[in-house]
Design a binder for this molecule. Sequence first.
Ligand SMILES: CC(C)(COP(=O)(O)OP(=O)(O)OC[C@H]1O[C@@H](n2cnc3c(N)ncnc32)[C@H](O)[C@@H]1OP(=O)(O)O)[C@@H](O)C(=O)NCCC(=O)NCCSC(=O)Cc1ccccc1
Length: 158
Amino acid sequence: MPPIARTAADLPSRETLLSMSGLDFMQKMLAGELPHPTIAALTGYRITHVEQGRVLLRGTAGFQHTNPFGGVHGGWYGTVLDTVLGCAVMTGVPKGRWYTTLEYKVNITRALPVGMEVEAEALLDHAGRSTAVSHGTIRGVEDGRVYATGSTTCIIMA
Ligand SMILES: CC(C)(COP(=O)(O)OP(=O)(O)OC[C@H]1O[C@@H](n2cnc3c(N)ncnc32)[C@H](O)[C@@H]1OP(=O)(O)O)[C@@H](O)C(=O)NCCC(=O)NCCSC(=O)Cc1ccccc1
């Protein structure tokens, strides 16, 4: 696993965040020079690839992520997609600006078996002055099947 922030003090400061482009920020996180947030460890994912407009992560849902029926909770897919979709947006955010999610939409098209590794991919569709849009997919690493798709609209702020 990459380095994980354990307390708020481990997270990069606002000055650090604004001192580089979103692409540089994501590449430093990928390189382990900036920590992954705690939610990465809780959810069981890590970022594996970053380029302009495209981000990949890999993750596995465990029993701790199941709903009362024993299935992988819908929120797990949502967390993974909000992450990878937002990271793709981040690669289009210029230096001195940052972003947050305004809304995201998830379709869970197939129930994911507990313990199956997945790869999530997100592609940046638009990065404007004030908004950005991306879309993405969760696929099984071994079976290549689509388990969920999603899209997001983010707001870019100074
Ligand atoms: C079943 C369906 C909803 C619809 O599928 P369709 O659009 O009709 O597509 P298709 O026909 O291609 O089938 C695709 C696959 O599905 C299988 N399958 C189809 N029909 C049935 C059936 N009647 N029964 C059983 N399985 C069925 C089918 O065999 C195929 O698999 P296969 O290729 O043979 O291996 C599918 O999209 C799905 O399972 N999504 C995941 C939903 C999910 O996991 N949500 C998150 C958990 S909810 C949560 O956590 C919220 C909560 C919180 C707290 C407390 C409580 C709750």
